[in-house]
Design a protein around this ligand. Structure first.
Ligand code: GDP
Ligand code: MN
Length: 399
């Protein structure tokens, strides 16, 4: 789960990371009021969306008076911000964060990530702040400092000093840097984060180490331990298809193609998407309905997949190990009677009781296209979709 910049800043500041004074606003009037409360004569107005790259996309504006704050807000509230990290539709702006502007001496990139190969938390830093980490690693890879944390002892003071040194920070800034690094590390571990990114972490004109931006992502599977973090969820920033799925306990990732996928098992779901692509199609989603594919779960999955207007064929691919194909087939038949599915449905079953399963599908009288192998299923799905397209009959219209 992602959270907003202002939320991440509040969390991190509770762990000793210094952030500029700021306040949240839900309207342009409120933004002006917040700026007056903050005082000073320069403010940064920042669109709160779950995506980076806002600066280049017009979502971060430096303002020197009330008129500028108003015009910055007019360009943000109610609009969608499209950055290189969002989809082409962008993300809606419903809140802005107003911050006192600071004078920047130096920008640093700082990230805490889960490094799967070393199975440790890794600190990634670079003196090339302000740039995205992808660009830094492409253009200035030698500037990147990496340090992994031994979990038994946690982040050590000497490690922090070493990072500060490698970034070329003045010795007088070392203590502040240690405090920042330790604060991020504690926030990461105590709140079950999977990513903390401060880009840029800045050295201000008056020699303070300050987090000007903050991003945090949390482990969904640990959210039950952190009700105060779960509360920060903002559905307006999520793909509506994915939030519906999350609410129903299904593991779904929306994609841009038009072949809907209903699969049991994450690995099989990945293989199914690959095979669809190999057959010349594009998957509309990743969906793992889990091990026990009960009729209710299958029906839920159909409803979810069909709620995507781009779906023009549905491929059901079930491998029954603990499951039974006859049971899954009953689920598919029940689901198709209950959920309105106006596109071709291709079903491939394999594993336990496959013959009984096939019989149930055949006897149902429903226009289900059956397949025995995954390749055949993918080809039929792509074929069915293409012939529908050619006939121009079943192309779905926006609801
Ligand atoms: P992002 O583009 O979504 O990553 O948004 P950021 O919060 O990183 O803001 C983009 C850029 O705006 C930063 O890299 C800074 O260079 C600049 N910026 C943000 N806050 C301030 C500030 O208080 N003073 C100055 N001078 N620049 C700022
Ligand atoms: Mn940033």
């Amino acid at each position: 789960m992602d959270i907003h910049e202002y939320q991440a800043k509040e969390l991190l500041s509770n762990f000793g990371v210094e952030v500029p004074p700021g306040a949240l606003a839900y309207s342009p009037e409120q933004a002006s009021y917040r700026a007056r409360e903050l005082g000073g004569d320069k403010w940064i107005v920042k669109a709160q969306v779950h995506a980076g790259g806002r600066g280049k996309a017009g979502g971060v504006k430096l303002c020197g008076n009330d008129i500028e704050i108003q015009s910055a807000c007019e360009g943000m509230f109610g609009r969608k911000l499209v950055t290189h990290q969002t989809s082409p539709e962008g993300k809606g702006i419903y809140r802005v964060y107003v911050e006192s502007a600071v004078v920047i001496d130096r920008e640093i990139y700082l990230g805490f990530v889960l490094d799967r190969s070393s199975q440790r938390i890794m600190i990634v830093a670079s003196g090339e702040g302000g740039m995205e980490i992808e660009d830094i690693s492409a253009e200035r890879p030698e500037s990147i400092v990496r340090s992994t944390v031994e979990p038994a002892v946690g982040l050590q003071e000497f490690q922090c000093r070493e990072i500060a040194f490698k970034l070329g920070l003045a010795p007088s800034l070392s203590a502040q840097m240690v405090r920042t690094l330790k604060g991020c590390y504690r926030a990461f571990t105590e709140l079950d984060a999977t990513m903390v990114e401060i880009n840029p972490l800045v050295i201000t004109g008056d020699q303070r180490v300050l987090a000007l931006d903050a991003k945090m992502t949390f482990d969904d599977n640990a959210l039950f331990r952190h009700p105060q973090i779960s509360e920060l969820r903002d559905k307006s920033q999520e793909d509506p298809r994915e939030s519906r799925a999350a609410d129903r306990g299904l593991s779904y990732v929306g994609l841009d193609g038009n072949i809907g996928c209903i699969v049991n098992g994450a690995g099989l779901a990945m293989a199914t998407m690959d095979t669809i692509k190999l057959a010349g199609g594009e998957p509309a989603n990743f969906l793992d309905i889990g091990g026990g594919a009960t009729p209710e779960r299958v029906a839920k999955a159909f409803r979810l997949v069909m709620s995507d207007n781009n779906v023009q064929a549905v491929l059901v691919n079930i491998f029954a190990g603990i499951n039974r194909c006859d049971w899954v087939a009953e689920g598919v038949v029940a689901a198709l009677k209950e959920v309105e599915v106006d596109v071709p449905v291709i079903v491939r079953l394999a594993g336990t009781n496959v013959e009984e399963g096939q019989k149930i599908l055949a006897k149902s009288g429903l226009p289900i296209i059956r397949a025995t192998t995954l390749v055949e299923a993918a080809e039929r799905a792509v074929g069915a979709w293409q012939s529908d397209l050619a006939q121009g009959t079943k192309v779905r219209v926006e609801k």
